[in-house]
Design a binder for this molecule. Structure first.
Ligand code: GTQ
Ligand code: FE2
Length: 347
């Protein structure tokens, strides 16, 4: 490849003149802006272990009442990107949130889209645009851009979940903001997963044509996802991915615009070598234990751990148990990359 001119080769007066006029020559930066063959990745493969997350969340509960936090969240920040960037990967914000019995996380809406993946505790709920969604372990709950949401907890023990937001992308566009609201009146026919969309392939007749809602279903119960994974496993050859995508039940498209969500089942002793992809991802371990090799870095994971996967990474992932399945919840930025026209999968 052609060696390009450097900044030092340019006369100092010329450089200073450019600086004064807010101009920068591209050619000394050309290879940094457009690295050859693969992007430069500061993001590192990383595991946040539940055994370290949980006690620190409980301490946050002692130190900070909900009124002083609005959302009691520990952000999983990728050390390669820098802790101040508040990103698990370049495009994915991950927060671990805890709400204690009787607490209320007040109503707001914001431009970034968010999801919750429930980890622990009974009695929690999120109301999204008037639809009250119960939170049970493994449930996925969507709070899309611009929709009112609040959380509460009627149970006895702490409720903990993982938040994923497209905040880095939205903040990178200087378009991130929130608005506070009043507590919502809940609609009587809440949680569409139990009424309008109880089975794939069936949608309310009246929803066809012009009456489409952008986000028809906010809750995806884990019970149904798990059952569907086991059904899919019966027809999936060994060492092929048993993986289901969470989609909009009316359109079959990815359920949110920027981030994509899927559930992956690793059968006992199974190893998967998925294709290298241009998207970055986060794995949350819903249940089980395993190990991964990500760009040559060996990682082990247990129940409720969170794993960061950089863009373009070579991945191998295995279930370490020879008797129990391992279930992973995957967040990736493939929907955004597809829309922007540069998503790639390499064989
Ligand atoms: O629960 O609404 O982790 O607005 C970050 C921003 C959670 C939430 C986060 C949020 C929320
Ligand atoms: Fe929020």
């Amino acid at each position: 490849m052609q060696q390009l001119g450097t900044l030092e080769e340019l006369p100092l007066a010329y450089r200073d003149g450019l600086t004064e006029r807010a101009m920068v020559p591209l050619w000394p930066l050309m290879r940094a802006a457009l690295p050859y063959d693969k992007p430069h990745r500061a993001c590192t493969p990383h595991v946040w272990s539940w055994s370290e997350v949980r006690p620190n969340l409980l301490k946050a509960g002692d130190f900070t009442p909900i009124e002083k936090a609005e959302r009691r969240v520990l952000i999983l920040s990728n050390p390669g990107l820098g802790l101040d960037k508040l990103r698990a990967t370049p495009s994915i914000f991950i927060g671990m949130q805890m709400i204690l019995p009787g607490e209320f996380a007040p109503t707001h809406k914001h431009s970034p889209s968010a999801i919750r993946m429930v980890i622990e505790g009974k009695g929690g709920w999120t109301t999204v645009q008037g639809e009250r969604c119960p939170m049970e372990k493994g449930d996925l709950i969507l709070t899309p851009s611009g929709l009112w949401h609040e959380h509460g907890h009627d149970g006895k023990d702490p409720v903990i979940w993982m938040d994923a937001l497209d905040l880095p992308a939205v903040a990178g566009l200087e378009a991130s903001y929130a608005i506070e609201g009043n507590i919502q009146n809940t609609k009587p026919d809440a949680d569409s997963s139990q009424t309008r969309y109880i089975r794939a392939g069936l949608v309310p007749f009246a929803s066809l044509g012009q009456n489409r809602q952008r986000y028809p279903m906010f809750r995806f119960p884990w019970k149904d996802v798990k059952e569907s994974l086991h059904a899919l496993a019966t027809i999936t050859p060994k060492n092929s991915a048993v993986q289901l995508a969470y989609v909009n039940p009316e359109t079959g498209e990815e359920c949110m615009p920027v981030l994509g969500f899927s559930a992956l089942m690793l059968r006992p002793g199974e190893t998967l070598r998925p294709n290298r992809r241009s998207s970055s991802a986060v794995f949350h371990v819903i249940e089980g234990s395993g190990e991964a090799n990500v760009d040559g870095k060996h990682l082990r994971f247990e129940d409720n751990d969170v794993v960061a996967i950089p863009t373009h990474a070579d991945i191998e992932v295995s279930n370490r148990s020879t008797s129990k399945p391992c279930y992973l919840f995957q967040v990736d930025d493939a929907p955004m990359q597809r829309k922007l026209g540069f998503f790639e999968e390499f064989n």
